[in-house]
Write a protein that binds this ligand. Structure first.
Ligand code: ADP
Ligand code: ZN
Length: 754
C-alpha cells in the first residue's frame, strides 16, 4: 500500500514496513525547515561552528523576512541552492525533537486533507511558549487557612469557594488563570491572597512532576461481559502493534471501566495513553471516574485551558511526564514520545470533524496516527458510525461487544408520540403523553430530561403586523431570540443585537412574535405547567465553563433539580441514577437538509439521549415526539433495532456510491462579492475533471449562501473508492487561478453540507 489516499471508510493507514525507525544522524550544511505557516519547507544554512548538528525533528529559530520564527528541521534536502543564497539558522531550541513518527503524521494528514504541511505542523506545536526555555512563574497554592476553610472552618462566598476548590482539584495556576478556571474575576483571587487563604510562590521553570496515574489500584470488579471484553483490549496492548478494536456496547454497559483496563495495561507497560472525548469541557463526570480509578486526574487538553497550562501540558507530554492525556480532537497532535494506546470515546460523534483551518476527522486521523506509531487504538460507542461498522464488516477493525447494561439496569422503553394526532395549543410544544409522563415522574420523586437541539428562545422572530423577519446582516440565517440575554443572535457568525421594542420595518409596537421552540421557551412552558418542578437549563451558551457544567450535573445527581432541559450537551456521558424519563421534543429537527449523515446522526443523537434514562435500578422510558413516525430512523428507535437501521443506511449509501462506499469531497468557493464567487465557480466548472469514476456536482449556492459576509458556492465531487481523489483535486485546482479575496476550501469527507 504505497500511498493510500483513502476515504474515511478507508482511513489512510500506514504500511508497517514503511514506518521509519530512529533519526537520521546526518550533519547537514543545508537544513530544510518547515515553519508553522502555509508555506513549503524552506532551506537554511546550518553554520557548523559552535552549533549542534541539526537533526531532522530539531526545533530551530530561523529568520523569515524581518521576523524570526520557530520551525522544525525536516528531512533530507537536495542541496541545490548555493549556500551564499541561504540565511543561517539562528539557534536550536532545547526542546526534545519532533519524532519521525509525528513528522510522517504531519505529512500524511496534510496530504490527506490537502492542507499545507506547515499548517498541520502548527497543530503539533500548539503554543510557541512551550518551545522556549521555561521561566520561573508565580503560582497560587492553598494556604493552611484555605484548607481549613474548605473543610468548613470558615464560611466563604461561593466565588471564593470555587477558587479554593479549583486549587484543591486542579493544577497550580497563576492568579489570572486560577480566576478563569474558577469562573470569577481576578479580584476574588487577590482577596484570598490578601486574606491568607491562598499563597503565591515562585515556581521553578519546569513544573514539578505531576503525580502519575496509579495503574496498580484495582478498579471495581468487572462483570463477566466486561472481563471478557477487557481481556481482548488488554491483549491488544500487551501484544503491541497496530490494531483497531471497536468497543461496541449499549449505553450504560460499562464501556469506560472496560477500556480503563486497557489503559492500566498500557501504563503498566510504561506507555503513554491518549483518550479523545468529544467536547471534553463537558466531561467532568468522566474525569471524576478517572480519578476514582487511577488516584489522580489525567492531563487535559482542550480549548478551555489557559496558555500557561497549555504550555506545561505540552512540555509534560513531550518529556514523557504526562502519562495520560484526555483531550478534544486537537490533542491528537501532541508530541507523545511513548504513545502506547489511543482511545476514541463516542467515536461516532460529529464534533470529531474539525470544520475550520485544517479540516480533518480526528477519529480517522487517530487511526492513522496509531498505524504510524504501530500501536492499538480503541473506538468506543453505543452507536458506531457507519464508517466504523463497514470497516468491521470488511475485516479491517475487530469488534468487541457489551450487549447488556451493567448490573440490573435495563435499557429504557422507547415510545413514539405521533404529533399529527396531537392537539397542542399554539405556543406550546409538549404533547399530552409527554406531559402525563412528566407528572408521573415527578410524583414518583424521579427526574426527567427534555431534549431539544435548539438554543435560545425561538428560532425565528417575525412582526405580526408586516411579516418582517429578523435576519442576520452577514449570513443567510434567521436571528435567534435569546430571552436570558435579551438579544437576537446569529448562530453562525455571532452577530447580536438587542430585541427592539418596535418592528424596524413598519414601526408597529409590540407586534413581534416568536415562532417555534428553543430550550428557553421550553423552560417557560415547563414552569407554567409544573410550577413546583425545579427545572434547570443545560445549554452551552448559558454555561460559563466546564465547572458550571459540572456543578449543574452535580445538582442533578444530588436531586436538586427535577427536570433538566437541554440541547445536545445533555446527550453525552451523563449518568444520573434517578433520571427515568427522557422526552425528545422535536425528533425531526436533524433530518432536514441535504446532509448525507442526517438519518445516521439523528439515530445516534436520539439513541444517546434516550440512553440517559434508567441507568440505575429504576426503569427508564423515552418519549419521542415526531411528525414522521414512519421514518426509518424513528421506527428503528422505537424497535431498538440499530443493526437493521444501519443495514438499510448502508444499502442506501452503497447504491448511491456515497461514503463509506465511495469518496466524497466538497469545494467551497467564497468571496466578498457574489460576482467574484460566481466568476471563480464558473472558472472551476470549466476545468472540472472529466475522468472515469469521478462526478462533479455544482456549482450551486451553498445552503448558507452568505456566511460572515462572504458569498459561498459549492461543488461536490463524488468518486469511486479506487480513485485517488486528492490527486484529482490537486490537478483540478492547479488549472484554476483564483484571485483577490476569493478562496477555495477543500473539505475531504465533508460532514457539513451548509
Ligand atoms: P457506558 O459508558 O457504557 O454508557 P458507563 O461506563 O458509564 O457505561 O457505566 C454505567 C454505570 O455503571 C456507571 O455508573 C459505572 O460506574 C457503573 N459500572 C460500570 N462497570 C462497573 C463495574 N464493573 N463495577 C461497578 N460499577 C460499574
Ligand atoms: Zn451571521
Amino acid at each position: 500500500m504505497p500511498d493510500d489516499h483513502a476515504s474515511s471508510a478507508d482511513p489512510p493507514v500506514a504500511d508497517g514496513a514503511a514506518a521509519p525507525s530512529g533519526e537520521l544522524p546526518a550533519a547537514l550544511r543545508h537544513v530544510r525547515v518547515l515553519l508553522p505557516l502555509p508555506l513549503p519547507a524552506l532551506d537554511y544554512l546550518a553554520t557548523p561552528e559552535g552549533m549542534p548538528l541539526f537533526e531532522p525533528g530539531c526545533f530551530v529559530r530561523v529568520p523569515l523576512g524581518a521576523r524570526t520564527l520557530i520551525g522544525v528541521v525536516w528531512d533530507e534536502v537536495d542541496n541545490d541552492v548555493p549556500a551564499e543564497r541561504l540565511k543561517p539558522v539562528v539557534e536550536a531550541l532545547p526542546t526534545p525533537h519532533l519524532r519521525p513518527e509525528l513528522r510522517r503524521f504531519v505529512e500524511r494528514v496534510a496530504a490527506y486533507t490537502m492542507a499545507p504541511p506547515g499548517t498541520v505542523l502548527r497543530m503539533t506545536m500548539s503554543i510557541a511558549a512551550a518551545l522556549e526555555a521555561p521561566h520561573p512563574r508565580r503560582l497560587c497554592a492553598l494556604a493552611g487557612a484555605g484548607i481549613a476553610a474548605l473543610s468548613g472552618g470558615q464560611r466563604v462566598t461561593p466565588a471564593r469557594q470555587r477558587v479554593l476548590e479549583a486549587l484543591r482539584d486542579g493544577p497550580k495556576l497563576a492568579a489570572t488563570e486560577l480566576a478563569r478556571a474558577a469562573g470569577c474575576g481576578p479580584g476574588v483571587v487577590r482577596a484570598l491572597v490578601a486574606g491568607g487563604l491562598v499563597e503565591e510562590y515562585l515556581a521553578p521553570a519546569e513544573p514539578p512532576l505531576p503525580a502519575s496515574p496509579n495503574w496498580r489500584l484495582s478498579g471495581p470488579p468487572l462483570s463477566f461481559d466486561q472481563s471478557a471484553t477487557a481481556r481482548q483490549l488488554v491483549d491488544a496492548v500487551t501484544t503491541g502493534g497496530f490494531k483497531v478494536t471497536v468497543l461496541d456496547g449499549v449505553t450504560g454497559s460499562g464501556k469506560t471501566e472496560t477500556y480503563f483496563a486497557a489503559l492500566a495495561a498500557a501504563l503498566a507497560a510504561g506507555k503513554q495513553v491518549l483518550v479523545l472525548l468529544p467536547e471534553i469541557a463537558l466531561g467532568a463526570q468522566w474525569l471524576e471516574r478517572f480519578r476514582e480509578r487511577f488516584g489522580v486526574l489525567p492531563a487535559q487538553w482542550h480549548s478551555d485551558i489557559g496558555a500557561a497550562e497549555r504550555r506545561d501540558t505540552w512540555r509534560a507530554v513531550v518529556t514523557g511526564r504526562a502519562r495520560v492525556v484526555v483531550g478534544a480532537r486537537s490533542a491528537l497532535f501532541l508530541p507523545f514520545p511513548e504513545l502506547g494506546l489511543i482511545v476514541v470515546d463516542e467515536e461516532h460523534d460529529s464534533s470529531y470533524k474539525q470544520e475550520d483551518g485544517v479540516i480533518y476527522q480526528a477519529r480517522d486521523m487517530a487511526v492513522l496516527r496509531a498505524s504510524l506509531a504501530q500501536i492499538p487504538i480503541v473506538l468506543v460507542s453505543a452507536t458506531p458510525s457507519l464508517e466504523t461498522v463497514v470497516n468491521v464488516a470488511r475485516g479491517r477493525y475487530q469488534r468487541v461487544v457489551l450487549p447488556r447494561r451493567y448490573a440490573s439496569a435495563e435499557l429504557p422503553a422507547v415510545r413514539l408520540v405521533d404529533m399529527r394526532q396531537e392537539r397542542i395549543e399554539p405556543g406550546r410544544f409538549l404533547a399530552s403523553p409527554l406531559v402525563t409522563e412528566l407528572a408521573k415522574t415527578f410524583e414518583a420523586g424521579e427526574q426527567a430530561l427534555l431534549f431539544l437541539n435548539r438554543r435560545g428562545y425561538a428560532p425565528l422572530t417575525l412582526c405580526r403586523a408586516c411579516g418582517h423577519r429578523f435576519e442576520c446582516p452577514s449570513c443567510t440565517a434567521w436571528l435567534v431570540e435569546h430571552r436570558f440575554t435579551g438579544r437576537l443572535l446569529c448562530h453562525h457568525c455571532g452577530h447580536s443585537e438587542t430585541v427592539p421594542a418596535c418592528c424596524p420595518e413598519c414601526l408597529a409596537a409590540g407586534a413581534l412574535v416568536p415562532c417555534g421552540p428553543g430550550v428557553e421557551r421550553l423552560l417557560e412552558e415547563m414552569t407554567a405547567r409544573f410550577p413546583a418542578a425545579r427545572a434547570a437549563l443545560m445549554v452551552s451558551d448559558l454555561l460559563s465553563g466546564p465547572r458550571a457544567a459540572a456543578e449543574l450535573a452535580r445538582g442533578m445527581t444530588e436531586q436538586r433539580y427535577d427536570v433538566l432541559i437541554g440541547t445536545q450537551v445533555v446527550a453525552k456521558g451523563h449518568h444520573f441514577p434517578m433520571l427515568t424519563l427522557v422526552g425528545v421534543v422535536d425528533a425531526d429537527l436533524g433530518l432536514a437538509g441535504g446532509d448525507l449523515r442526517a438519518a445516521e446522526r439523528t439515530y445516534q443523537l436520539l439513541h444517546q439521549v434516550g440512553g440517559r434514562a434508567g441507568r440505575a435500578e429504576h426503569k427508564g422510558r423515552v418519549l419521542i415526539q415526531t411528525w414522521m413516525p414512519d421514518q426509518p430512523v424513528m421506527k428503528a428507535l422505537a424497535l431498538g433495532d440499530r443493526d437493521r437501521f444501519l443495514e438499510a443506511e448502508a444499502a442506501a449509501r452503497r447504491s448511491s456510491g456515497l461514503p463509506p462506499f465511495g469518496r466524497l469531497a466538497a469545494l467551497i468557493v467564497s468571496a466578498g462579492e457574489a460576482e467574484a464567487a460566481d466568476f471563480a465557480a464558473r472558472a472551476l466548472a470549466r476545468s472540472a475533471p472529466q475522468l472515469p469514476g469521478v462526478m462533479v456536482l455544482g456549482p450551486a449556492p451553498a445552503p448558507l449562501a452568505v456566511l460572515r459576509g462572504r458569498y459561498r458556492r459549492r461543488f461536490l465531487v463524488k468518486a469511486g473508492r479506487e480513485v485517488n481523489l486528492q490527486a484529482v483535486l490537486r490537478g483540478w485546482l492547479s488549472r484554476v487561478r483564483v484571485q483577490g479575496s476569493t478562496r477555495v476550501q477543500v473539505d475531504i469527507d465533508p460532514y457539513s453540507f451548509l
